[in-house]
Every structure is written in C-alpha cells, then in structure tokens.
Ligand binder design. Structure first.
Ligand code: HXC
Length: 512
C-alpha cells in the first residue's frame, strides 16, 4: 500500500512538472501560435523516444519572493531522444515557467545534456524561447550562460549543434545560438538581439521594431545570423528532422547513407544547353545542383543571405555531399564579403564532419568597390581560401563557365588542394575576362573598335577555355555537361578512403 502511495505521488509530481506554468500561460502560448516546450519535443523527436532528465529540479533562489515560486523543472525540459532512429540530446526552454528564463539550476540541466552529447557522440538541439537571464538570480544566471557557451565551444566540431529560435532570444543569450552550427528561426514569433528596441532608443535615438531589429527576415537576409526561417513551429521542427538526416552524429562518424533509386550513371542532356551562348547572360545554378543530386533533393542553407553563392546539402549515391556554388543569377556570381563568409563557414562545417565537398564554379571575380574594400573583403575573402586549403575531406570542383583571377583560385582550385577538378568545354579560366585583359595589355595601342574586338577574340580563344589549364594538369578532365552526375559520383567513390593529415598545431589562426 505504501508502495502504491509513493507511485501515486511520483505520478502526481510528474503531472505537475508536465503542466509547466499552468493552463493560463499555456493558453497564452497557444494564442501566439506557439507550441509549448513539450509539444515541440513531440514534433521534433520520433514517437515515444523522449527520455527526460531532471524533471524535478527546482531553483535555489531566495530573493524577491522566489522561494514561493517553485515550478518543477524550472523552465527547461531536457533529455535525449531519436530522430529517424538516431540519438540526439535536446533542451527545450519553457516560456510558461518564469518566461523560460535561465537560472543557475536551469543552466545546469542544459549543461548536463550537453556533456552527455559530447561524451556519447550525439548532436545537441536547443529549442530557445526565453526572457534571458533570470533577473531575480543575477550573477548565478550569468555564470550559467558562461557554462553553456563554454560547452558550445568544446562541442564545436565534435557533435553537430542546432539552435531553433522559437520566441525571444535577447541579451547575451543570443551567443549560444551564434556559437552553434545552424540557427533556425520561426517567422513572426522569434527575435534575436543583443539589446532590444527600448535600449536602442535610449542610446542611439533610433526607433526600430523588434521585427526590424532582430526578426527572422533581418537575420536570414541581412545579417546571416540565422540560416533558415519557417512559418511556424511545426514546419521549423520538421525541417530540423530533415536537416539531421544529412548530418553524421559526431566527427567520428560518416554521415548516414540513404538508399536511392536514382542511378549514379544518369545522363542529363538538358545540361548541354544550360550555359547560354552569351558570356554575360545568367542561368540558374540551382538547375545544375538538382540535376546532379539524388532525386534532385537539395537542402539549401541561407538561401536569402548572400544569394550570389549557394550552399547546402545534397546526396550522391545516397551519401551526403556539401555543395558550394556560385549563382550567376545574383551579382553575376561575384564573390563579396557576405558570400565569402557564408561559404567559408559551410566548408569548415563539412570538413569538421567528414562531408565531401562539391564546388560548382562560375565566378567573374571579387565584387569591386569601396564598400567591399573598406569593409575588409581582403580579410573576409581570405576566410574562404583558408577554409578550402585546410579542408581534408574529398573535394571535387567543376568549372562551368567563368573562373577568373583570385576567385578561380579561391573556389577549390587544384592548387588549393582540390582533389578532382573538372571543367565543361564552356569554361573560361583566365586571370581576368577578355574585355578587361585587352584593355590593360593593349592600352593605347588599339586603333579602333574593330581591332579591339579582334584582340578580344584572340584572347578568348587563347586563354578563355579550359584547355590551357587542362594542358598544365590544373584541370583533371574536360567533361561533357550531360555526363556531370556520373563523373562526380565516380570521383566521390574513388575518394571515399582519402586520408590526408594537416601538420600538427595547437590550433590555426584563421583570418577572423
Ligand atoms: C525572470 C522573467 C524574465 C526574466 C520574463 N519573465 N523574463 N522572469 N527573468 N528574464 C517572466 C515574467 O515575469 C512573466 O512571469 C513571464 O516570464 C512572462 O513574461 P511577460 O513579460 O508576461 O511576457 P511577454 O509580454 O511575452 O514579454 C516577454 C519578454 C519580457 C519581452 C521576454 O518578459 C521581457 O522583456 N523580459 C525581460 C527580458 C530581459 O531584460 N532579460 C534579461 C536580458 S539580459 P509571470 O509569472 O507573470 O508569468 C540577459 C543577459 C544574459 O539575458 C547575459 C548572458 C551572457
């Protein structure tokens, strides 16, 4: 009987913890179109796979009457679960309990699952919905943030870390997502800023809304702080599940292989006419990516930020491949500061997690102008060189059209340790475009426009082709566009056991 009473008490305590901040606050959460912390975990994780820890944890704060405001769990739900049968560790901040604010004990719960994730080689997924530091606790809460940041850094490159922003994320709290690999926001219900609109108004006299300052569109387009945004909680969580399918559980594993019915030797005749006859005409690089990918599936990251470069995951013969591609439809595919940073971080993620890289090149150069130079394109462009040169995963490059100057070198050229470098017959590999080259080489010596055109034609025939580069071995082969998928699949298969080590160092000093 006594035993039964204890069991009843246990279940009552569990029910109490599960009810979070109570019916009224849960209703308010729903009215805002948001799910609760536990409902979110139900969508994110495989059915019945959630193993919860620390359900009975309570805070230890005695200030401001907090001793009378105990809610089991203390504002965050933590534990492990499965995504498509693979282990992940999760925390989900509960806005209905003290606004999901971070207390000393709440932080300890998050740190516990982060430690377990690192030790067990499984990804960490954080669902953020919090008013920030628990104001009543002061420095204990700040110490808690520091403990989380420290673990974000130690876990970086060891296990994938994904942050989903599903409500407020303000103040120093933004730095945990910023330290993770991918940040996903929910449109209209999430925002991220270091200081909110009120403080901004006081300090700089600027009037700005929460949405303008740090809403999803600001961070997915302008700043690049967030990688993706979705319309609601459910869509965002289902896309996290899809993203997870491309990633390995840790740096000790290869990404999962998903069986495909798409033949590796599929030929695509449409690619033969993808590149327009006129050199300055744009075409959509996404068409090439869909053509080479298994079943045309491409999980694009940061589609709206620096759209002149495309990054994302695809699969070839079932195995994950990271794609980096210039997009001629935007800024003619030029590399600028944002594109360099976007691609460099992605290349480093792929290299850290054993994901081979496919680089598709059509780049007229770095974007000229004072705006770029004065904001440090030299340092930011160097990030991409650095990322490609240090990466030891298999790297395959295909030049479809332009590959000029420094931008040719940057985009995973042979001499930056590209493993297999292909070009289409339409490739133009040169120090610069024919028009610019003639302008400089024949400055003052060209009599008229007719002669200029002749010189341009001569230059194009001599240099603006893949064959000079191929004759030097900088291009391994010139391939027919229709054969692109199977040539890349073969190259990837050949490189599957590639083993290259970089020299020993404490750590590198990449140009931050
Ligand atoms: C304690 C908090 C809290 C916090 C919210 N609550 N934020 N409790 N500490 N930081 C509580 C509220 O008291 C309320 O409790 C419940 O959560 C819901 O809050 P509301 O204000 O009613 O909700 P809403 O109107 O939606 O406004 C949400 C909000 C607002 C914009 C987040 O609560 C807010 O401005 N909070 C303070 C944000 C803040 O300044 N945080 C500190 C940032 S500095 P009841 O019991 O009434 O439901 C920081 C430093 C971190 O975080 C540094 C790390 C290095």
């Amino acid at each position: 009987m006594a035993h039964l009473a204890i069991i009843t008490q246990l279940e009552q305590k569990r029910d109490q913890a599960r009810s979070g901040g109570g019916v009224a606050r849960v209703e308010k959460q729903h009215e805002r179109g948001k799910l609760t912390a536990r409902e979110r975990l139900e969508v994110l994780l495989d059915h019945d796979s959630f193993e919860e820890f620390d359900m009975f944890v309570e805070h230890r704060c005695l200030s401001f009457g907090m001793q009378d405001k105990q809610i089991a769990g203390d504002g965050v739900v933590v534990g492990s679960g499965m995504i498509n049968g693979r282990l992940v560790f999760v925390f989900s901040q509960d806005f209905t309990v003290h606004g999901g604010s971070l207390s000393e004990t709440n932080a300890k719960k998050i740190c516990k699952i982060m430690d377990m994730a690192i030790q067990n080689g499984a990804p960490i997924i954080g669902l953020n919905d919090s008013g920030g530091a628990r104001i009543q606790e002061g420095v204990d809460s700040l110490a808690g943030y520091a403990e989380i940041f420290k673990r974000n850094v130690l876990a970086s490159g060891v296990v994938p870390q994904i942050s989903v922003i599903m409500g407020p994320c303000a103040g120093g709290a933004v730095y945990s997502p910023a330290l993770t690999d991918f940040t996903i926001m929910v449109r209209d219900s999430s925002y991220m800023f270091v200081t909110g609109p009120e403080v901004v108004k006081t300090v700089t006299h600027e009037h700005v809304t929460q949405e303008e300052l740090g809403g999803a569109s600001t961070h997915t387009r302008k700043t690049g702080v967030a990688d993706l945004a979705f319309d609601n909680d459910i869509e965002a969580l289902l896309e996290v599940r899809r993203l997870m399918n491309f990633l390995p559980s840790s740096n000790r594993e290869k990404p999962p292989t998903i069986p495909t019915n798409d033949p590796a030797d599929r030929v695509d005749l449409a690619l033969n006419t993808l590149v327009p006859d006129h050199a300055n005409k744009a075409y959509d690089m996404l068409e090439l990516i869909s053509s080479v990918a298994d079943e045309g599936d491409f999980f694009q990251i940061q589609p709206e930020h620096a759209p002149n470069i495309l990054i994302g995951f695809t699969r070839m013969e079932g195995a994950t491949v990271g794609v980096v591609a210039n997009q001629p439809m935007e800024l003619a595919g030029c590399l600028d500061i944002d594109a360099s940073k976007k691609a460099a971080r992605f290349v480093r993620f792929c290299d850290a997690f054993n994901i081979p890289l496919l680089t598709l090149v059509d780049v007229p150069g770095f974007l000229p102008g004072t705006a770029q130079e004065h904001h440090g394109i030299i340092k930011h462009g160097a990030k991409l060189i650095y990322a490609y040169a240090e990466a030891t995963v298999p790297k395959i490059t295909l030049i479809t059209r332009k590959a000029y100057g420094g931008a040719y070198i940057v985009m995973s050229s042979k001499n930056l340790r590209g493993d297999i470098n292909f070009a289409w017959p339409s490739a133009e590999i040169a120090v610069m475009g024919p028009e610019g080259a003639v302008e400089i080489v024949f400055r003052g010596s060209v009599a008229n426009d007719e002669e200029r055109q002749t010189r341009i034609r001569e230059y194009r025939e001599m240099f603006a082709s893949p064959f000079v580069a191929a004759s030097r071995g900088y291009i391994d082969d010139v391939i027919r566009p229709q054969n692109t998928r199977w040539r890349i699949c073969r190259a990837l298969a050949m490189l599957r056991n590639k083993d290259v080590q970089n020299p020993w160092k404490k750590h590198d000093n990449l140009p931050l």
